[in-house]
Design a protein around this ligand. Structure first.
Ligand code: HEC
Length: 122
């Protein structure tokens, strides 16, 4: 199983032009970049999700992945390449991060248009 992950990224890199669309490539990367999925923490569409809930008698502490739908490509590249407290550091190329970025942009097209309209009418 482990070997597959070593080979897969290269196969997918070559395949991205020919066999799968840029969107599908980004979707694949978003869901499984080297085995640790962005979706686990940022949700299926980048809007964020609960990672863990720590409950004791009185309080529930929640750790969540943030909403990254409105993050710029620059922020995404910077963020993926740096250490965080919770988020792992990834070793993805700028091209791979761009595919993830484009996937999130496209998946949330309607949301982002609505946000832009709202922002410009304020
Ligand atoms: C284990 C959970 C986890 C995974 C997996 C994860 N993230 Fe995050 N991410 C977080 C958390 C929590 C934050 C906000 C706090 C922080 O910076 O640590 C964050 C922040 C971000 C930010 C915003 C940074 C900023 O400066 O505003 C971006 C962009 C981002 N993640 C993209 C990604 C991408 C792309 C992937 C997959 C390659 C990914 N994350 C995987 C938990 C995760």
């Amino acid at each position: 199983m482990k070997k597959v992950w070593l080979i897969l990224p290269f196969v997918m890199l070559n395949a991205s032009e020919d066999f799968i669309s840029h969107y599908e490539y980004g979707e694949m990367l978003y869901n499984n970049p080297r085995g640790v999925s962005c979706a686990q923490c940022h949700g299926e569409d980048g809007s964020g999700t609960i990672i863990v809930e720590l409950k004791d008698k009185h309080v529930t502490n929640t750790i969540s992945g943030s909403d990254i739908r409105k993050k710029s490509l620059d922020v995404m590249i910077e963020s993926v390449n740096r250490y965080h407290e919770i988020m792992p550091r990834y070793y993805l190329t700028d091209e791979e991060i761009r595919a993830i970025y484009d996937f999130i942009q496209k998946k949330n097209k309607l949301y982002l248009i609505a946000q832009e309209k709202r922002d410009s009418s304020q």
